[in-house]
Design a protein around this ligand. Structure first.
Ligand code: ADP
Length: 376
């Protein structure tokens, strides 16, 4: 059933704004996108007023979601700072070194960039898998790492938050759409013993989605919070590539217990990885370590190893920056082939050398999160 703009406006007209008039008369709404039961829009207000508008945003979202035929409603609050208004407070000082992740975060002041965070009930640890740029194998690593953690006996979920190019549908072969439960929360797709969610399950492949900054946040927040994840030890979040504003906001808004940076040995991507490290430190998210992907070439026929990219850069970089080095994954045909056919290597070749590498990386991650998981 297709949803019309008028239906959305009618629903929004029933919500009163803090200005005392209907939301539709408050001159704050962006254009409305309504397609295949999915509705996206934003409410644009001055940063100083944002606090008063959050409950309105939530009511507006509930009103749109109640329209028959709406499967997804995302309404973002865009807080634009007026020129000359007070600057944001500085981010908290980064922690020095990351020997162990505590289950307690330092208290956040109400004005802290992290004050929007709240834990997700049932999930002990949300961790991010990030990279400075695309194409370094971040998604492949995130999925195989999630499977490696599963093999260690943990309850694991995977959230594909790479909304610009969700690859988890391709990597897992999942084609079905998530169902809603009685609370109208989306049920993650169960595959390979993981609870999996991706924006790619909701939009058609090749649908160009144009995301403005605040919508990115809103979409990801919904996929975190409006999904019935159940009880998980670890939720692995496959982040959008890059270390720009969208990623920074995400790291500020999601209660991350740690981040893993994926890099290839080439210098350029190491520079990007350094940016990733700086970004997570800025928002006080512990960096669990760096993984060097496509570290060396392993011949699929004879198994001979060639260090074609001058391997080892990520390990040295990790040492220099005093963050753990989690491991190196070879560039290997079977990793590419299994990944692209929806049968990740840890699942399809569980006794092979690659699965062992992902499990070893998983063990290093689990060891750092032990306190958090035990506390939950
Ligand atoms: P990203 O998420 O960083 O954009 P992907 O995980 O989608 O990257 O990987 C990009 C391509 O590289 C895919 O075709 C994937 O199969 C391949 N790939 C990733 N890691 C490896 C590896 N270690 N060996 C061989 N191919 C790999």
């Amino acid at each position: 059933m297709s949803i019309t703009q008028q239906q959305v406006l009618d629903a929004l007209a029933k919500v009163t704004s803090p200005r005392g008039v209907a939301l539709t008369d408050a001159n704050v709404l962006s254009a409305i996108t309504a397609k295949d039961g999915k509705v996206f829009l934003s409410i644009n207000v001055d940063a100083a007023e944002a606090g008063a508008w959050e409950s309105v945003r939530a009511k507006a979202e509930a009103a749109v979601r109640a329209i028959p035929g709406v499967t997804v409603a995302m309404i973002a609050l865009t807080a634009e700072r007026k020129p000359g208004s007070a600057a944001a407070p500085p981010p908290p000082r980064p922690a020095q070194g990351v020997p162990h992740v505590s289950s307690h975060r330092p208290p956040q002041s109400p004005t802290s960039p992290m004050s929007k965070q709240s834990e997700i009930p049932g999930i002990a640890a949300v961790i991010a898998v990030a990279s400075g740029k695309g194409g370094v194998g971040k998604s492949t690593t995130a999925l195989n790492l999630a499977l490696g953690l599963r093999d260690l006996g943990l309850r694991v979920g995977l959230l594909d938050a790479d909304i610009y190019g969700p690859s988890v549908p391709r990597l897992t072969g999942i084609r079905e759409k998530p169902q809603l439960n009685d609370d109208r929360k989306m049920l993650p797709i169960a595959r390979f013993g993981l609870a999996i969610m991706s924006i790619g399950f909701l939009v058609e492949e090749n649908t160009a989605m144009i995301w403005r900054g605040p919508m990115v946040m809103s979409a990801i927040t919904q996929m975190l919070r409006d999904v019935a994840w159940g009880t998980l030890d670890i939720l692995v979040v496959d982040m959008p590539p890059g270390t720009g504003d969208a990623q920074l906001t995400l790291a500020q808004n999601v209660p991350l217990k740690g981040a893993i940076i994926i890099s290839t040995p080439q210098d350029l991507s190491l520079i990007d990885a350094r940016r990733g490290l700086a970004m997570f430190k800025k928002v006080n998210v512990p960096v669990l370590g760096i993984v060097e992907n496509m570290s060396y070439f392993q011949c699929p026929h004879c198994g001979t190893r060639s260090d074609i990219f001058g391997h080892g850069g990520a390990r040295q970089e990790a040492e220099r920056l005093a963050v753990p080095f989690l491991g190196e994954i070879p560039l290997h045909m079977s990793i590419r082939a299994t990944s692209d056919s929806g049968t990740p290597v840890v699942e399809s070749e569980p006794d092979g050398p690659h699965a062992a590498i992902y499990r070893a990386i998983g063990a290093k991650v689990r060891d750092q999160l032990r306190g958090v998981i035990a506390a939950a």
